[in-house]
Structure formats: structure tokens, C-alpha cells
Design a protein around this ligand. Structure first.
Ligand SMILES: [Cu+2]
Length: 305
């Protein structure tokens, strides 16, 4: 699998391409102004005419060069900005609401056909080549949604919804990151993004909307006895709180704790025993389960594909 991209300079969607073009243009024009003004400064010193009122420098470098250039850039960037996709929910088949929490992402898909909801966390999948509408909000403090390879940055504000329409040109992996300082673990608030061929995406979403399989194993009993469902939902097992990520299909994700750890058995055991070790400040308490219960619990969570 190709590594997930997280750079404005590798655009993979129409809006990101516009923004990358604009960044290069602004950088180029800035470099041109810098070189020309520096050249004029050197020229005026060289000609021993260096005074604060040196006409060459003040009129040439201070007015004639920057004014038209900056004015042209302003017009150009305003025009480019107006070409960015307007966030409009009506045209999109797939609508997702993404909520920023300290320090993870809640991702809810509404299937407009069946009316069923699929809830997941820290992972966003998109059908490639199709416009997707995102409704962005926050539950606690300010966060910001930023997928540099796909679109511009949008603030996530408690009590408000901001829209974003984006499109990934082709199947591939991307990485997003919270872009508004939101507390201790702001840096560990990453979002895995996977663009899939449309048919594959539909099958995946259908699966995510199903309740959990293997609902009758020992690990499930540990999950309930340890009251993990006070904060976590596993659909088909326990409608729990929303303080923590929905775990119904935990095992289909690639990371734990919004990018804090890769998802495997050892990481899972360590996380459940003490999330503070990998992510100090995370809003999940340590547990003191006996080792065999811990193994059963982790084993069961791993079956939640
Ligand atoms: Cu943040």
C-alpha cells in the first residue's frame, strides 16, 4: 500500500490543486519581489547614492515593483478562491458528519437509501471521483479539519456546523490532522482517509452499517462487566455513551487513538491496560483487568471487522 500523503504540494483533488497552484504562484511572486528589491538596494549602495530617500530604491522597490504585482496577486487569489467548490449538501449522494472530540474524530455516515447510520472513528472513506459533503462540528473545544491533499482547512466550532464538499480524484490513502490547537494531545489527532473505487466503497459502507458479529464471546462479557460501554458503543452488543469512539468495526481501522498506535494485538492490550502510556491525557481511564480477561477482551475487539 502506498503511504498516506499529507502535503499541500501533492494535490489529489480539484480544490487542493487550485490551492497548490496558488501557493506556488504566491511563493514565486514573493521570490521575484525579494530578488528585485534586494537588487535595487545593492545597486543604490554600489552607486554611492545610499540615502534613506534614495529615489531608485524608494520609488522603484517601494512603489513601482510591489504595487502592481501585489494588486495582481490579490485579484488572482480572489478569483481562484471563488472557483473553490461551494459546500452544498444537496448535490452529494454521500453525506458524512465529522465531529472533533478531544482528541479523536467521530465519523457518521447517513445512508440516504436505507436511513441507517454507520458510525466509526478516526477513519474516513470516500468514493473516488465523487463529490462528498462533510458537515463539520465539534463537541468540546475548537478543532480544525484539514486534509491538505484534498481541500482547504475548515474550522470546527462547538455549536455550529460548517460544510465542506470535496472530491478525491483517484483511489488512494491520505492523512489529515487537526489544525487548531485543542489541548495536550492535539498533535495526536490524525485522521486516516481512504478513497476507494465507488463499488468497493458502497460494499464497505453497507458492512459498516451492520451490527457487530461475534456478539456472544467471552470478551464481550468482559467488555460489559468492565463497563467499557459507559463510553463506547458496539452496535448489536451495547448502545453505550458517545464519550469514546464507536467500536463496532474497530478492527477494520489501521490505527488506535487517532494515529497514536498501529492497530495490532500488543498495541490493543497496552492501550486498554493504560491508554495514558501511548497518549498522555487521553480521556479514557486505565483498567485493572486480570491478564486473561484482558486477552479475551482484546481478542474479541480484534474480531470486530
Ligand atoms: Cu486539535
Amino acid at each position: 500500500m502506498t503511504p498516506a500523503l499529507q502535503s499541500v504540494l501533492s494535490p489529489a483533488g480539484p480544490d487542493a490543486a487550485l490551492l497548490a497552484q496558488l501557493s506556488w504562484l504566491l511563493f514565486g511572486a514573493g521570490a521575484v519581489i525579494f530578488v528585485l528589491v534586494a537588487g535595487l538596494a545593492i545597486a543604490s549602495i554600489w552607486r554611492r547614492r545610499w540615502r534613506p530617500s534614495s529615489r531608485l530604491l524608494v520609488i522603484g522597490g517601494g512603489i513601482i515593483l510591489p504595487l502592481p504585482l501585489l494588486a495582481a496577486l490579490m485579484v488572482w487569489s480572489g478569483w481562484q478562491g471563488s472557483r473553490l467548490t461551494w459546500p452544498f449538501s444537496g448535490a452529494a449522494r454521500i453525506q458524512v458528519s465529522v465531529t472533533g472530540h478531544m482528541w479523536w474524530w467521530e465519523v457518521r455516515y447517513r445512508n440516504t437509501r436505507t436511513g441507517r447510520e454507520a458510525v466509526l472513528a478516526n477513519e474516513l472513506r470516500l468514493p473516488a471521483g465523487e463529490r462528498v459533503y462533510l458537515a463539520l462540528g465539534a463537541s468540546d473545544v475548537l478543532h480544525a479539519f484539514w486534509l491538505p491533499t484534498l481541500a482547504g482547512k475548515v474550522d470546527m466550532v462547538p455549536g455550529r456546523l460548517h460544510g465542506l464538499t470535496l472530491r478525491a480524484d483517484a483511489p488512494g490513502r491520505h492523512r489529515g490532522q487537526c489544525a487548531e490547537y485543542c489541548g495536550t494531545q492535539h498533535a495526536t489527532m490524525a485522521l486516516d482517509v481512504v478513497a476507494l473505487p465507488a463499488a468497493e466503497f458502497d460494499a464497505w459502507l453497507e458492512h459498516q452499517a451492520q451490527p457487530a458479529l461475534n456478539a456472544s464471546l467471552r470478551g464481550r462479557d468482559v467488555f460489559l462487566a468492565a463497563r467499557c460501554n459507559a463510553c463506547h458503543t458496539v452496535r448489536g452488543v451495547a448502545e453505550g455513551g458517545r464519550q469514546g469512539p464507536d467500536l463496532t468495526h474497530l478492527a477494520s481501522r489501521s490505527h488506535l487513538g487517532a494515529g497514536a498506535l498501529p492497530l495490532n494485538r500488543a498495541a490493543l492490550l497496552g492501550w486498554i491496560a493504560n491508554p495514558q502510556a501511548a497518549k498522555p491525557g487521553a480521556r479514557m481511564p486505565a483498567s485493572s483487568l486480570p491478564p486473561e480477561d484482558l486477552q479475551a477482551l482484546a481478542g474479541w475487539l480484534e474480531t470486530l471487522q
